[in-house]
Design a protein around this ligand. Structure first.
Ligand SMILES: [Zn+2]
Length: 176
C-alpha cells in the first residue's frame, strides 16, 4: 500500500469521514494549521473541528503544537498531523475489529437464533429469549410482518464472519 493511501485510510478511520480526511491530507502539506483555518476549509464549526482533531489526537495521528493567546481574547491552537503513525493505527484498529468478530463468532456458535421466515432482516431473536413463550404453547411471530419465526441458518453467518476475518488478516499481512 502506498504511504499516502495508508495515511488517508488511517485518518478516515479515525475521523469516520473520507471527505474530511481528504481535506485534512491537503492541509497536511502545511507545517502546521490552526482550528479556525481548518473550520473554514471544511465549512464546519470550530467545535466540530475540535472534535475531529481530538479524535486524531487519540489515534496519535495529530499533535497540538502550541497555543497562541489572541489580542482580541481567546486563543488559537496550532496542530500538525502525525501521519507516521498511520500504519500502527490501522494495524491496531483492524486487530480490534478482528477481536470483535472473533467474539461475535463465538456467540453465534454457541447460541441459536430465530429469524422471520419471510425476511431474516425483519427480526432476529435468541432462542433463549423466546423459549418460555414457546413452552407456554404460545406462538412467536415476526413483529414486522407477522410471519412465523424459524431457526436461523447459522452456517451462512459463520462463513460470512470467517470471510471478514480472512480479509482483515490479508490487509494485516499487507501492512506488515
Ligand atoms: Zn417478517
Amino acid at each position: 500500500m502506498e504511504e499516502r493511501d495508508l495515511a488517508l485510510a488511517a485518518v478516515a478511520a479515525a475521523v469516520g469521514d473520507v471527505e474530511v480526511a481528504k481535506s485534512l491530507m491537503e492541509l497536511a502539506s502545511a507545517e502546521e494549521f490552526h482550528e479556525v483555518e481548518l473550520a473554514q476549509r471544511l465549512d464546519m464549526t470550530q467545535q466540530e473541528v475540535r472534535r475531529i482533531l481530538y479524535a486524531l489526537q487519540d489515534a496519535n495521528l495529530a499533535h497540538q503544537l502550541r497555543t497562541e493567546e489572541l489580542e482580541e481574547g481567546g486563543r488559537r491552537v496550532y496542530w500538525r498531523l502525525n501521519l507516521a503513525n498511520s500504519r500502527d493505527f490501522l494495524r491496531s484498529r483492524l486487530k480490534r475489529i478482528r477481536d470483535l468478530l472473533i467474539g461475535r463468532r463465538r456467540l453465534e456458535e454457541f447460541s441459536e437464533f430465530y429469524v422471520c421466515a419471510n425476511d431474516p432482516s425483519h427480526h432476529r431473536v435468541r432462542s433463549d429469549d423466546i423459549l418460555p413463550m414457546l413452552m407456554d404453547g404460545g406462538e412467536v411471530t415476526c413483529p414486522v410482518c407477522g410471519a412465523s419465526l424459524e431457526p436461523e441458518n447459522r452456517e451462512a453467518m459463520l462463513s460470512k464472519i470467517d470471510g471478514l476475518v480472512e480479509a482483515i488478516d490479508e490487509v494485516l499481512r499487507l501492512l506488515g
